[in-house]
Design a protein around this ligand. Sequence first.
Ligand SMILES: NC(=O)c1ccc[n+]([C@@H]2O[C@H](COP(=O)([O-])OP(=O)(O)OC[C@H]3O[C@@H](n4cnc5c(N)ncnc54)[C@H](O)[C@@H]3O)[C@@H](O)[C@H]2O)c1
Length: 327
Amino acid sequence: MYTNPFHSINISDKTFLVTGGAGFIGSNIVEYLFLHHAKKVIVLDNLSTGFIENLQPFLSRADFNFINGDICNIDDCNKACQGVDYVFHQAALGSVPRSIKNPIATHNVNATGFLNVLLAARDANVKRVVYASSSSVYGDSKILPKVEHQLGKQLSPYAVSKMTNELYGEIFAKTYSMEIIGLRYFNIFGPRQNPQGEYAAAIPLFISALRQNQAPALNGDGEQTRDFTFVANAVQANVKAMFAENINTKGDVFNIAVGERISLNQLVQVLKELIGTTVEPTYRDERPGDIRDSLADITKAQTILNYQPQIKIKEGLKYTLEWFKKI
Ligand SMILES: NC(=O)c1ccc[n+]([C@@H]2O[C@H](COP(=O)([O-])OP(=O)(O)OC[C@H]3O[C@@H](n4cnc5c(N)ncnc54)[C@H](O)[C@@H]3O)[C@@H](O)[C@H]2O)c1
């Protein structure tokens, strides 16, 4: 998946910190960095939603350092940033419903933890921070496709926490002369996305159900649409944002998606064909805080970062199913 590099500079003399590196997207970034011979990779993760197994291939490497720590603790962040050139910040508590149930936990990790990471990166003279924002910041805006400068009102504490990241990202970059870039991910899916638990995302939940010939449960009428984005595209965006030259690094943000959308009903249909089952989904109430339709305009990332999503939904689902067969 990551054989072809997304960067042109030599990274064998560069040290990287991946916060949330034991999670889904973070562990894919770690995999990429090692495949391309990074000098050293440090992961800071408290394993609250991530898994040490996601880092299994790297644990015994001398050039890998796993810090079992918390971004809410500034000492952990300072320790993790020592000697680091570049920070990929992925650690956060995902999920809109989780944030509605426990807004303080989401705020502490996503907003205050983010501040800690920025402060530690500043004090360690890190060259650039690329962090995970979210399409949830578009909130109730009905405009499709979503363009970076046209925001609506956020619809959940999670969305507010990601909006807070963007506000602080810009202020920190300007106030402390840092280089900071935010990536607004649109429904990322792929290998190592957790299919278990109350807050699991749609694709791993549906795959898990369909593989057992059980009906996937859809919220609402299933006609809501999403710009589902395979994780390798998100990794590409992170790498390109980290090394892009002559761009605005003062807190600029980019949509990261494919620029195509399908409904959840269509998604289930594709999965049924790939898995080879005829089981029909069931429908339940809509979820509060959910956006009805989501589709990104990715022109800005394409033009400025040279981001080119290479893997479309069907191919991405095939890779994801291969991973499911191995776990
Ligand atoms: N997956 C998506 O579709 C999606 C969409 C938009 C934004 N995002 C954002 O992308 C980032 C990565 O998401 P993911 O899908 O890989 O989720 P994930 O839950 O798999 O990964 C998050 C990681 O952060 C770690 N973490 C959580 N709290 C921490 C803390 N206090 N200190 C240290 N580590 C902590 C978790 O243990 C986990 O390993 C998050 O910021 C998320 O909000 C994801």
